[in-house]
Write a protein that binds this ligand. Structure first.
Ligand code: HEM
Length: 399
């Protein structure tokens, strides 16, 4: 049985190779040669790296692997990420029973039925944004004019946060999600964002509305501070992820013209295409982290209590044993077993919303921009390698 004495293979996160959509080659190699291996982190500490689909599922569904980032040994991928995850905990960094208790307060808000009722409103937002973007023009940056405002407007509506404050919270989230942000900058951005949400929550006590923050106030179970913390997680998770998936998906389709043509011919296949794009692009590219609370055997490896584990959902989503020709984007594939939303107790709470937004965004772009094309050489597109959530910084397009 192998243990932590194993030699680290490389420093995580490793650099990407030639294909900007593919995980860095070092991870694929690890999956083939040593699927549960050791890596070094930024501060010289080491962690386990899990790369296969079945092993990632096993870890994420096993309560012996904790999400509590205040436990010794928890793996952080940068100083900023450590600050982000050890400040004030949100549900994503809690274990049962606390996690179950807090998550239950939100599950009703993101149930498929409830989210599906938002379809006309999200469609209206998507159409309005494209009306504005295309009005008298032939080109624009899809990220700033469509991919980012769409989920931002939706999550603001759901939470009861004024969208006119988007410059402020989007700037905070840029600092929070940069891998190379200094710890003090992360602490500062986090404090500003929570203060803002606490102020907003106070207002809801006297001026309630139909948003999630107000409903949490009405439940009377949480302090204003706790509601502010929940709001912070939802506000950031609710717009950064979908925004990046939307823009990256459009770029991946432009790079795979046969797939784009297929989708244009079969618009009814957009929901399946979204699953394949989630698998192929897996924007949570630095992995999903846990720490072992007991000794656990995984394959031929013994993970000891107190050791960190990084689950590479992107490499798992290209595991040939689960997805043959996993490096190919194939929109006709049944990709529903992908792990882009994680797995187990912490599986993405907002996934029905993310799916609906992505389906509407892609279907509307395809319908309304028949001549969609990139206006810069592909090599000039700036990818978000330095961010915790992968994507592109801008996407200059014409139609
Ligand atoms: C959790 C991915 C969209 C809210 C997660 C996790 C992943 C993920 C991988 C699991 C983290 C872990 O196990 O440690 C994504 C992707 C999205 C997306 C790829 C879009 C394409 C959203 C949206 C919302 C949201 C739109 C909310 C409005 C959350 C929350 C959690 C979470 C609250 C924590 C759940 C818990 O710990 O119980 N997401 N997410 N996400 N996501 Fe998402």
């Amino acid at each position: 049985m192998a243990t932590a004495e194993k030699t680290p293979r490389f420093t995580h996160p490793a650099a990407r190779g030639t294909c900007p959509f593919a995980p860095p080659p070092a991870y694929d190699q690890a999956r083939q040669e040593e699927p549960v291996s050791r890596v070094t982190l930024w501060d010289g500490s080491t962690s386990w790296l899990v790369t296969r689909h079945e092993d990632v599922k096993a870890v994420l569904s096993d309560a012996r692997f904790s999400s509590d980032s205040t436990r010794p040994g928890y793996p952080f991928i940068s100083a900023g990420a450590r600050q982000l995850n050890t400040g004030r905990p949100t549900i994503i960094r809690m274990d049962a029973p606390e996690h179950t208790h807090f998550r239950r307060m939100l599950t009703g808000e993101f149930m498929i039925k409830k989210v599906e009722a938002l379809r006309p409103e999200i469609q209206r937002i998507a159409d309005d944004l494209l009306d504005r973007m295309t009005d008298g023009r032939s080109g624009a940056d899809l990220v700033h004019e469509f991919a980012l405002p769409l989920p931002s407007l939706v999550i603001c509506l759901l939470l009861g946060v004024p969208y006119q404050d988007h410059d402020f919270f989007q700037e905070c989230s840029r600092v929070l999600l940069r891998r190379d942000s200094a710890a003090e900058d992360v602490a500062d951005a986090q404090a500003k964002l929570v203060d803002y949400l606490i102020g907003l929550t106070e207002t809801k006590r006297t001026h309630p509305d139909d948003g999630i923050l107000s409903r949490l106030v009405e439940r009377g179970e949480l302090s204003t501070q706790q509601i502010g913390d929940m709001g912070r997680l939802l506000l950031i998770a609710g717009h950064e992820t979908t925004a990046n998936m939307t823009a990256l998906s459009v770029l991946a389709l432009l790079r795979n013209p046969d797939q784009l043509a297929h989708l244009r011919e079969h618009p009814e296949s957009v929901p399946g295409a979204v699953e394949e794009l989630l698998r192929y692009l897996t924007i949570v590219h630095s992995g999903v982290t846990r720490v072992a609370t007991e000794d656990v055997d995984l394959g031929d490896v013994r993970i000891a209590a107190g050791e960190g584990v990084i689950c590479m959902v992107n490499t798992a989503n290209r595991d040939e044993r689960e997805f043959p020709d996993g490096d190919e984007l194939d929109l006709t594939r049944d990709a529903r077993r992908h792990l882009a939303f994680g797995f187990g107790a912490h599986q993405c709470l907002g996934q029905p919303l993310a799916r609906l937004e992505l389906q509407i965004a892609l279907a509307t772009i395809l319908r309304r921009l028949p001549g969609l094309r990139l206006t810069v050489p592909f090599e000039e597109v700036r990818f978000r390698g330095e961010m915790l959530i992968y994507g592109v910084h801008e996407l200059p397009i014409a139609w």
